[in-house]
Every structure is written in C-alpha cells, then in structure tokens.
Design a protein around this ligand. Structure first.
Ligand SMILES: [Fe+2]
Length: 422
C-alpha cells in the first residue's frame, strides 16, 4: 500500500507551492464563511440574514445529508429541525467512527450516493468532519477509488453536486477551516492525511453551546491540538503574515481560556473564546501544514492508540527544541505571551516553561513514559515510528530537515522526558 505522501515526485513539487518566494507572487488564503455564536441556529426573527437565507440561495434541490456520530447526533438534530421546518429534505447518517477509518468513509459515501444531497452537513468532532470530507470526494468523484492518493497538487473539481457545511462540536481540530482530512487505514495502522484546495468547507457554523458538555479530558486534548496547530503553523517556513496573525492570536486565547474551560466546562466565555481560537489555529495551519508536533504525534498516536490532540500536544516542547537551532521565529510567540525581556535563549527557556506549565495545568504528562506507555513496547516499534514520522507530510514542513538518527533521538527524548540537545 502506498500513499501520495510517499511519492517523491509529489513531495518534490510541494516546495514550489509553499516556498516563501512563490508565495510572494501568489498566496491563496482560503476560509469558509463563518457564522459564529450561540444564535447560529436561532429560529426566531433576527435582524441579520439567517442560516436558512444562506441555504435558500445555495441549495437547489434542498436535500441535506448529515454526517455525525452517536455522541453528536443530538446537536445534528437541532440543525435538522431548523432545516426540516424550512422545508428541506434531510437525512441523518450517525455512524461516523473515531479516527475516520477508510471503510467507514466508504460506507458513508454509499449512503450519500443513494440520497443525492446538494448540501452535506458534518456535525461533530474532527473525525466526523474528516469522514464527511472524504465521503464527499467519493460522492462527487466516483472515479476515485484510492483515497490515499488525494494530494494538494491540482483541484478535485468538487461542488458539482453538493457543498459542505462544517459544524464542529469540539474546539481543536480546525478541520472546519482546513483543506485536509486525516483518515485511518486499519490495514496498515497508519494515519493517512489527505489534502486538496477543494476540501475547504463552504461554511462553518461555530456554536459554542455544542461544546459545553465536552468532558475535561476531551477539552484538554482538543485544546492542545489547537495549540499545536498554531505553534507549528507559525514555525513552518510555509507560514505567511496572514497565517501568523491567526496563529498568534489563537495562542494568546488558548493560554488564557483553555485552562478555564478545562476546570469548568460550564464557563461559557471560555468555551466561546476557545471555539474561535481553535478555528483561528485551524486557519493558521490549514493554508500550509503543521510540522513536527503532528508528524511525530501521528506516528506515536497511531501505533499506541493515543488521542490525536494529546499526542501532538505532548510533542510541542520537543518540536520547539528541535526548531531552535535553525530559527528565531519563536520570538514572535514570546511577544504575544509577553515573554519579552532577556536574551533569545532566556526567552526560549521561558517559552518552554510556559508550554510545559499549560500541559501540567491540564494534567497531561510531559513524557510518553509518564503517560503509561510500556518502555519495551515503545522501543520495539522504534523503526516503524521513525519511518512513519519521517514520511509524514507534516514533518516535511518542519523548519529543520531531520535524519532518521535525529528522529529516533526526538522519540527517545519524548519517551523519557529529556531535553533535545542537538
Ligand atoms: Fe491536529
């Protein structure tokens, strides 16, 4: 089984699409239209256009297909009722699974083909939105049989049959405003990121009420995912001024509101601001990519069954240490965090301490040993982890190219909680 990110020709062409010099000539900044706030689904009269006004202009057959899972179905039903009352024909598919397994995506696409929607609604966390994106591809492009080949070069030509509305019920994935989806291949136990400029949703509904019942552990994991998106999205050489603005503001909001949302899930202000922060972090990395947090987080998380956000969040301090010798871009992050005195080395250490402190606040260990991963089991998988991490497309966007030996060292440090010293 090979995937698009293992193809050297595609990898060779990617820098042309992302290098600063080319971006200086042409930069795309894609975002869905955003509708934000607790009144997103208001059925009563509102002074501004309602979401139904938007769908009335965009939907010709008025057939709406909902992708959701057992947990988020209650939220999907709220939107379902709003559309149903407005005369739309609706169908809820509630069988999306965690991590978006490819077989599950195909099952969803088959139902979509039978129903023939002109608008697809993804209501749920990242896996649900990613399932909807991939199923949407199969619905629009029945000629595509291998999802593992969907890459950022060229456009898929979607939207001939339907548009996509993303309604996140967690605050972290950012999938509502990215061109990517991460699937799981149960045959190879690999995370399979797919990406294409056509996969940006048309609209994202950001209703913080949907996040109020997230348990603390999920709040921490998804929030750390957003933090990793922002940090890597800023640190990658593929960043630009627009993505930096989104990422830096997201980091400021996450440091202020994630611990509050974790401690008290009913803190409405914290939930609201985290929902916006997650979307901003998504917009930051969604134009280009993440880097080491995700490349290595995917490798370890996929093999040891660790929640995506938890795995990538734990790599933040190690990723920053890894980038330190080749860039001082971290100083931009220090500035928004008001770590603005002392030498660059002193500020870097203060930034690392702040990152470790937020992990501590969220009761997330600083090492995979601390997470309870068996030592023998971890090192027995080292070869495979290194291969997965190096081949991961996110690692390709790291500001620092990494050898196998260095990658092994990063994994070893992350296991024991040691500093990276190369
Ligand atoms: Fe992520």
């Amino acid at each position: 089984m090979t995937y698009w990110f293992q193809d050297p020709a595609i990898k060779g062409l990617l820098p042309l699409a992302t290098s600063t010099s080319i971006k200086g000539l042409t930069t795309f900044f894609n975002m869905p239209a955003l509708v934000i706030g607790s009144n997103c689904l208001a059925e009563a009269f509102m002074p501004q256009p309602s979401i139904i006004d938007i769908f009335n202009t965009r939907c010709t057959t008025r057939r709406s297909f909902f992708v959701t899972d057992a947990f988020s179905e209650k939220f999907a039903k709220k939107l379902f009722h709003v559309l149903d009352a407005a005369g739309f024909t609706t169908f809820i598919w509630n069988k999306a699974l965690p991590e978006a397994p490819i077989d599950n995506v195909k099952e969803c696409a088959e139902e979509m083909k039978k129903f023939e929607p002109d608008m697809i609604f993804a209501v749920g966390g990242g896996s649900v939105i990613d399932t909807a994106k991939a199923a949407w591809v199969l619905y629009e492009r029945p000629d595509i049989t291998d999802l593992g080949q969907i890459n950022p070069l060229g456009l898929l030509g979607l939207r001939k049959k339907a548009g996509l509305v993303a309604v996140p019920t967690t605050s972290g994935t950012g999938s509502e405003c990215t061109m990517a989806a991460v699937l799981h291949d149960p045959e190879t136990h690999r995370k399979v990121p797919i990406a294409n400029g056509d996969l940006f949703p048309d609209l994202a509904l950001l209703d913080p009420e949907f996040t109020m019942t997230m348990p603390p552990r999920l709040t921490a994991g998804t929030g750390l995912d957003a933090l990793a998106h922002a940090v890597d999205g800023i640190m990658t050489p593929a960043s630009n001024d627009l993505t930096d603005a989104m990422g830096l503001r997201a980091i400021k909001l996450i440091f202020k509101y994630l611990p509050r949302a974790y401690r008290n899930g009913r803190d409405r202000e914290a939930r609201f601001r985290m929902h916006i922060a997650a979307t901003m972090a998504g917009a930051c990395f969604g134009q280009n990519s993440c880097a080491v947090t995700h490349g290595f987080g995917h490798a370890v998380g996929g093999l040891f069954g660790i929640h995506h956000g938890m795995a990538v969040g734990m790599f933040i301090p190690y990723a920053l240490q890894c980038y330190r010798p080749v860039t001082e871009k971290f100083l931009d992050i220090c500035e928004v965090m008001r770590i603005d005195t002392g030498s660059p080395d002193n500020r870097f250490e203060a930034l690392l301490s702040a990152m470790r402190a937020i992990l501590n606040d969220l009761n997330v260990p600083l090492s995979f040993q601390g997470l309870g991963i068996d030592e023998k089991g971890f090192f027995a998988q080292m070869e495979e982890m290194v291969t997965f991490a190096i081949e991961d497309i996110d690692t390709f966007f790291s500001p620092r190219p990494l050898t196998r030996k260095q990658s092994e060292k990063i994994l070893e440090c992350a296991y024991y909680g040691h500093d990276i010293d190369f």
